[in-house]
Ligand binder design. Structure first.
Ligand code: PAF
Length: 278
């Protein structure tokens, strides 16, 4: 694995690969890598000739300066985890290396996708995320890019982003990786107490309950049942059934785009998200 913190150097490496007809797969991350990330990298490895991974803690997608500061930076451990599967690791030396001298954010028209669900709790987050992803796409020019479906809203927005950028990048969604008890893998799980980690299995239990039994209930009824399973264990921010494409509320089970059930909640002072689709 070649490491670079320099944008021009990465571009020139990748130009050579592209000129040799190589298919480039890209996995953008913010580091603190875990099994969820390595599954994206392994998928890219299986589908592409060249695998590029980036580690960049993007300041424009954080709502609170404190969260940005607290975000774990574990470059050496990250390198060790992905070395075997990745060809180029790009970890820009500075914010300027990605954004240039001054951060000027574009305002993408995501037809409101960015204001639903997480967007209500994290204003500006998705525009910041999309800005950095578009810059990284311009730098790497990948054929395929890999995103975890745990952040399903991010995945739908990035899919829209490539349409707006008018570039031929295939966005590949990768399944959620779970702990043995069903808890979705996240860097934040490390911050949970042992008990918190155990009892948070109720999230995937409740989501699966909706998937299995939805046809016997109305959307409101089953959402209330699932919420009551979780409340008392976690503080529920939202648990909602949405249209899997538009992310808008659904009133019944007849929508043609499929259903996306999205959860966010707090335990041990840690915010967890999860989802299921059917
Ligand atoms: O999912 C993430 O880790 C980040 O949102 C991403 C896509 C790397 C952009 O900073």
């Amino acid at each position: 694995m070649k490491f670079t913190d320099n944008t021009q150097e990465l571009k020139s490496f990748l130009k050579t690969e592209r000129n040799n007809g190589k298919i480039i797969g890209f996995v953008p991350t913010m580091g603190a890598l875990h099994m969820g990330h390595s599954s994206l990298i392994k998928k890219a490895r299986a589908q592409c000739d060249i695998v590029v991974c980036s580690i960049f803690v993007n300041p424009t997608q954080f709502n609170q300066a404190k969260d940005l500061e607290k975000y774990p930076r574990t470059l050496e451990a990250d390198k060790a985890l992905i070395e075997e599967f990745c060809d180029y690791l790009y970890s820009p030396a500075s914010v300027k290396e990605v954004y240039g001298e001054e951060i000027v954010l574009k305002e993408f028209d995501f037809v409101g996708l960015e204001n639903e669900l997480e967007g209500e709790f994290r204003p500006g987050h998705f525009q910041g995320m999309a800005n950095v992803v578009s810059l990284l796409f311009e730098i790497v020019e990948p054929n395929k890019a890999y995103f975890g479906l745990k952040d399903y809203q991010q995945f739908t927005i990035v899919t829209k982003l490539v349409e707006l950028m008018n570039v031929e990048i295939e966005i590949v969604g990768c399944d959620i990786i779970r702990e043995n008890n069903g808890l979705a893998r996240s860097s934040r799980n490390e911050l949970l107490t042992e008990n918190g980690r155990e009892v948070s299995s109720v999230i995937s239990y409740a989501l699966n309950y909706i998937k299995l039994y939805h046809s016997s209930f109305s959307v409101t009824e089953i959402t209330d049942i699932a919420k009551s399973m979780i409340e008392g264990i976690l503080e529920v921010e939202y648990l909602e059934v949405r249209d899997a494409k538009t992310l808008k509320e659904v009133k019944d089970w007849n929508n043609v785009n499929g259903n996306f059930v999205s959860f966010a909640g707090m335990i041990d002072g840690v915010r967890l998200i999860d989802n299921i689709r059917f």
